[in-house]
Design a protein around this ligand. Sequence first.
Ligand code: 13P
Length: 253
Amino acid sequence: MSEERLKIVAGNWKMHKTYREGRELALDIVERLTTTQTMVILCPPFIHLKSISTIINDITHLELGAQNCHFAEQGAYTGEVSASMLRSVGCTWVILGHSERREYFGEDEALLAKKVDAALTHGLRPIFCCGEPLEVREAAQHIEWVQRQLEGALFHLEADEFARLVIAYEPIWAIGTGKTATPQQAQEMHAAIRQMVADKYGAQVAHKLSILYGGSVKPNNAKELFAQPDVDGGLIGGASLRAEDFVTIVKSF
Ligand code: 13P
């Protein structure tokens, strides 16, 4: 059944790479990627979007995403970038709700709901991130925590809008720490998320939803994570900055 879902590996470069380094990395990835059924999404910092869109132009299953967008169409928001601007440079995806945006930039569910709306209005598909901090996991409250994140930021959407989303489960304690969730921990949460979506939008929408795992995914653990029935791919941080590692992860299905 899970074969019907889109498999996705997205690289979140975070705040890494100068203009020249970014071009080199994108070119290196393109050279190493042979045809794949997996959707590969590169999410570099804003300054790279235009040049990388030219590099990946027309390559099937290779698309471009941003790491954030503003909720307004345009206006006096110094330093911000809108969803329609991202579309205009060839982006088709946008990461929203990353735990680093929540922690360092105060993004909460109410703000994220507006960003999700703006993205969808302008034809960007959100990769919506959720995930719990360590103390919440230790208190065994992780499923309720993620449920509140989805309810607050996403569950105002109509089913046809929700169907455009991808969800990334990124336990905060696993991000950049080298401490990956076990395949069983990832599977438990992914199955729980799919059930929440089924309860809200029905079995069909839930079944089609791609749910990615993020948090210290590396070439040596991707296979086991991606083998879980409800893990449809990964959102990769550190390992997306090395073409060889990233492409090995892409080929781990
Ligand atoms: P790492 O792969 O570096 O742990 O980062 C995960 C992440 O935050 C992807 O968005």
